[in-house]
Design a protein around this ligand. Structure first.
Ligand SMILES: [Zn+2]
Length: 625
């Protein structure tokens, strides 16, 4: 999922290699350390215990016992290998390298002579290869292999995993394409992976094959059993004619990321038009406040416009990841800040809620309302989200900055050191110091530059009401640039500092009145963070179903070192309604009699940190007093 668009003709902004961005002390370095030290090792054990590795051994002829389903177990190994490779990009770790080598040797042993590699179809249904494309996940698993291989090659310079990937890609290319076989991948993923494999190897056939898979959709060509309708698989209409996001949210968003990837290389206008059309539909009608996607459990799918329930939404962690992947590509294509804004929303909320603070428990589904009883499991039988979280955290620095001509653009405020090259290979080194998202001060220290002019662009988030930029003695109010980039062009000197100040006053958010599920409610946000009420932080005996928010009392933010690993909490005033006149009644004739209410202090915590203290209740949207 790390992109390299340095040579992509239609990449308005150019990516900076992960090896050239170091994450320094701050919010994300803490998460990354946990990912590196705990989650990746925890996952290795889980992949052993759950049978993922044994499945490959069975394919290689050296395993014992039964094959462990589901049939896309290989993909969890690939996502984990990809995450591990990103971690090796910036810091050697012999133990992780040994784990990677062990897995790669196993893959090499399992791969068939002809390049085919999928443990399920090799072991369980060898006569069904390439016949169950709707639900069989063969091409999906291949895509994850390609992503892992590219990541491993970039991190280590080795080609052993890349060779495995290329042999399988060549096998697939021999089977599918114009004049060969038709194929609609039932779960998109291979498209974006083939484009990145093309970027790494220069092999044009891989890009062509990605385009072919995209063109195949919407013509009734999908084969294999599926309990779902064509829309679930994004196969109802040809890609370029699509008007709405629909069906399985992760499938839809991976497909859109793949479409954007093909556009980055080919520049075909229709691909960008459909991307922008579907982005508008999604953000205007089908997005949860957390940057989570998928309103329905049935089909893990987008719902109708404004169908955005808080309790029964799906909001799969992988859908938030897919949103980040797609928005990153659209940002690279257009340079427009609203894509970076949405990436940030998904990152700090719908994505980050998918992993516990200790890095050992996960959420697959991320509701915005829990009446209690929900706890994070350590792993899932269908494990797709946990290793996806790991690779996302490990490659986060890829989203921080880009270059364009003689300019550096900063998109996400993560404490990092960035080495980049401007036009004509002009070297540049910038350090970003910040305690974001807790504080809005971001210091950019120019450590190396050649003394001739270049442009520094910093994103002013759409939610930000007040922003200033200070360079030397010049202070500029850049509040008017919200939802865009503030730019300073000058001949910078090494040692100069730019200070960006983003106002982080907590704010109330109202929903579109057409969203029935949360009408009459408000939510709390501060900076990029969505907040929630958790039972554990409210006065004893307060039932979160009975609380009301008073919108007229100012919100108060304060740092709490002792809470949830250190968070800024937001205090609000509200009431608790007296439910005694309702007792066991669900419905009654309308009366004019109001409910008596008692004042209560409400304490909100960042949504991402919920469900780390037992199975208490939680809500994001709070009914108005
Ligand atoms: Zn998932």
């Amino acid at each position: 999922m790390q992109l390299s668009t340095k040579n992509s003709a239609h990449s308005h902004l150019k990516t900076i290699p992960l090896k050239k961005i170091w994450v320094n002390d701050g919010f994300w370095s803490h998460r990354r350390t946990i990912n590196h030290q705990t989650s990746l090792r925890h996952a290795f054990r889980k992949l052993e215990d759950s049978g993922n590795f044994n499945n490959l051994k069975l394919a290689a002829g050296s395993g014992q016992g039964r094959y462990c389903e589901p049939f896309f177990m290989d993909s969890d190994i690939y996502k984990w290998l990809e995450a591990l490779s990103y971690e090796l990009s910036n810091q050697p770790d012999p133990e992780l390298e040994a784990m990677a080598d062990q897995a790669i040797d196993l893959l090499a042993a399992a791969q068939q002579e002809d390049g085919y590699l999928n443990s399920y179809f090799q072991v369980v249904e060898p006569d069904k290869k390439w016949t169950e494309l709707a639900m069989g996940h063969e091409l999906y698993c291949a895509g994850h292999l390609f992503e892992a291989a590219v990541a491993h090659h970039r991190a280590t310079g080795q080609t052993k995993l890349l060779d495995i990937a290329r042999r399988f890609a060549d096998h697939i290319d021999a089977a599918f394409g114009p004049g060969k076989g038709d194929a609609v991948p039932g779960h998109p993923e291979i498209e974006l992976a083939l484009v990145e494999l093309f970027r790494t190897t220069g092999e044009q056939r891989y890009l062509d094959l990605a385009g072919f898979f995209i063109d195949q959709r919407g013509h009734g060509k999908m084969i294999g059993r599926t309990p779902f309708e064509a829309g679930y698989h994004q196969d109802r209409v040809p890609v370029r004619e699509a008007e709405i996001v629909e069906g399985h949210a992760v499938r839809q968003l991976y497909l859109l990321a793949g479409i954007a990837d093909v556009y980055l290389e080919t520049g075909e206008p229709a691909l960008l038009e459909v991307s922008q059309r579907l982005w508008r539909d999604m953000t205007a009608h089908k997005m949860h406040l957390t940057g989570g996607f998928g309103a329905r459990h049935r089909g893990e799918a987008f719902g109708d416009a404004y169908e955005l329930p808080s309790d029964r939404c799906y909001c799969e962690t992988c859908a938030a990841i897919a949103s980040m992947m797609w928005n990153w590509r659209l940002l690279l294509i257009t340079g427009e800040a609203h894509y970076a804004d949405l990436l940030e929303r998904s990152l700090y909320n719908g994505f980050l809620s998918g992993i516990s603070l200790d890095g050992q428990r996960y959420f697959y589904v991320n509701p915005l309302l829990s009446r209690g009883g929900i706890e994070r499991p350590e792993w899932y039988g269908c494990a797709c989200c946990p290793p996806n979280v790991m690779r996302q955290i490990a490659m986060l620095a890829n989203y921080v900055a880009t270059t364009r001509g003689d300019g550096l653009q900063i998109h996400q405020y993560i404490a990092t050191t960035i080495e980049a090259e401007l036009n004509d290979e002009r070297p540049l080194k910038v350090r970003v110091e910040t305690n974001y998202p807790w504080q809005g001060q971001i210091r950019l220290i120019i450590e190396e530059t050649d003394g001739s002019p270049w442009e520094l662009a910093v994103r002013i988030p759409g939610w930000c009401q007040e922003a200033t930029v200070q360079a030397g003695d010049d202070v500029s109010d850049v509040s008017a640039s919200r939802g865009a980039y503030a730019k300073i062009n000058r001949a910078w000197q090494a040692g100069e500092t730019v200070q960006l100040n983003l106002g982080l006053q907590p704010r109330l958010v109202e929903p579109n009145p057409r969203i029935d599920a949360v009408r009459g409610s408000l939510a709390i946000e501060r900076g990029p963070l969505v907040y929630c009420l958790e039972e554990a932080d409210q006065p004893a005996g307060v039932n979160l179903l009975d609380v009301r928010l008073d919108p007229n009392t100012p919100l108060q933010a304060g740092w709490r070192e002792d809470l949830l690993g250190g968070v800024v909490v937001v205090e609000a005033q509200g009431t608790v309604v007296d439910m005694s006149s309702w007792q066991d009644t669900l419905y009654r004739s309308l009366t004019t009699e109001g409910l008596s209410q008692q004042s209560v202090n409400l304490t909100a915590v960042p949504y991402y940190a919920w469900a780390n203290r037992g199975p208490g209740s939680m809500r994001v949207w709070i009914p108005l007093r």
